[in-house]
Design a protein around this ligand. Sequence first.
Ligand code: PMP
Length: 362
Amino acid sequence: MAHGRIFNFSAGPSMMPEEVLQKAGEEMLNFGGSGMSVMEMSHRSKVYDNIIVETEAKARQVMGIPDNYKVLFMHGGATGQFAALAMNLMPRTGKADYAITGNFSKNAADEAKKYGTVNIAATSADRNFAYIPAQDALTLDKEASYFHYCMNNTIFGTKWDYVPDAGDVPVVSDVSSCILSEPVDVSKFGLLYAGAQKNMGPAGLAFVVIREDLAGGAYPYTPKILDYAVMIKNSSMYNTPPTYSIYIMGEILKWVEKMGGLTEMKRYNTEKAAHLYDFLDNSKFFASTVDREARSLMNVTFKTSSEELDAKFVKEATAAGFVNLKGHRSVGGMRASIYNAMPMEGTKELAAFMAKFEKENG
Ligand code: PMP
């Protein structure tokens, strides 16, 4: 790779497309002849207005967001949304259903408990979140204000391969670690949200897509910057939005479009992930930590037979230029996060490195 850059397998913040970083660098001192950096612009200026309007339009186009959905740029990352979505949507009936398939969906449910009654619709904790519950294993309440699940479980390396059907209950999903990685039928959801720092941009920015009829019912004590109706009314500018992060998101969306859009992104990501999964399937030394049907395209988790060998692998991989491969402490082993911006050579070369390590240590 150019500019001394290395293959960074971090779970997030993570690699960004090199051409986006380069363009941002070129525009750092003087954006589009404005004589200033995007960071120095008033969010109320004409030049900045163009950026945010264009970013929203690009998101709508790339993701195929229907007209009856609002797009919001908010603060506080995905964790801010754990609270926001509960404060906004829970008041309808005072209760909500949550599927627990990992750390973040548990955090989301714990946060929601402050604002209403949370029913655990399903959990895969019994096998340390190595699988995704089937539709018929979900205990759903027709009276729930919404059903929440986390589409891609960043820590455990699993992904829901279907959109759960909750009948008339709005489906809400945390798509932080899979947004823009493949097409999503937005019309099946009441609300989608993501922290930007994996596939969309810098950390801190939260991206929200909400069916418009769901906004407007927040608890009266909801902070204004977390109230969807207030944010909609003010076009995400009730206060100063994360201006620079929104600009970078716009550039990333243009890059996704140039790559061929979400269908092509899925094909590319599937091919990348296959380098690792095909290797793992044939290895007697390394093993995947999750069920085959639940495999994530974005976070590939695996182990050797011992913690000592895991540590040796991470150390040698780091020295060879494959960084941030240590798994989360709740799973152990390794995790290769291979978001959109990880180039094809990254997974190809990592698989070759794993084969070499297996030969030397197996
Ligand atoms: N949800 C998921 C699926 C995540 O991967 C993360 C962060 N890794 C979060 C929520 C939390 O995001 P943030 O740090 O932006 O609050």
